[in-house]
Design a protein. Structure first.
Length: 124
């Protein structure tokens, strides 16, 4: 079975063919490689603005789709550890995982946010 060594990576594809289809989300919407790269850069800059540094942990309680892909790429781009948390879990299970992984911040959508609508953040 051939390896993947010769295949172009995400950044090479985004540069060479930014209009190429990268993600088809659960609602059928399409995100191109160029759009995905812009989102990844915006999120990675936002994470850095919130104090994230190489080796920090960021969690995501997100539905399956484009946002999960963006978080995975953005955190990898700046050397963070990404903990995807299954959104089907109970609030207690999600809380346990978030507490155990000591995430600097949690990316989520309003449907999965806590009562305040804010994620927890550890003190630095």
């Amino acid at each position: 079975m051939p390896g993947i060594e010769g295949l172009p990576g995400f950044y090479a594809i985004a540069a060479a063919d930014p209009a190429r289809r990268a993600v088809v989300d659960t609602d059928g919407s399409v995100t191109t490689y160029g759009e995905l790269l812009a989102l990844v850069n915006r999120v990675s800059h936002g994470l850095r603005a919130r104090g994230a540094a190489r080796g920090d942990v960021v969690a995501g309680v997100l539905p399956n789709g484009r946002d999960q892909v963006v978080m995975l790429l953005a955190t990898g781009q700046i050397g963070l550890h990404y903990v995807p948390v299954n959104w089907h879990l109970t609030p207690a299970e999600i809380g346990y995982i978030l507490g155990d992984c000591d995430a600097l911040c949690v990316a989520t959508v309003p449907a999965y946010a806590g009562p305040s609508g804010r994620s927890r953040r550890r003190a630095r």
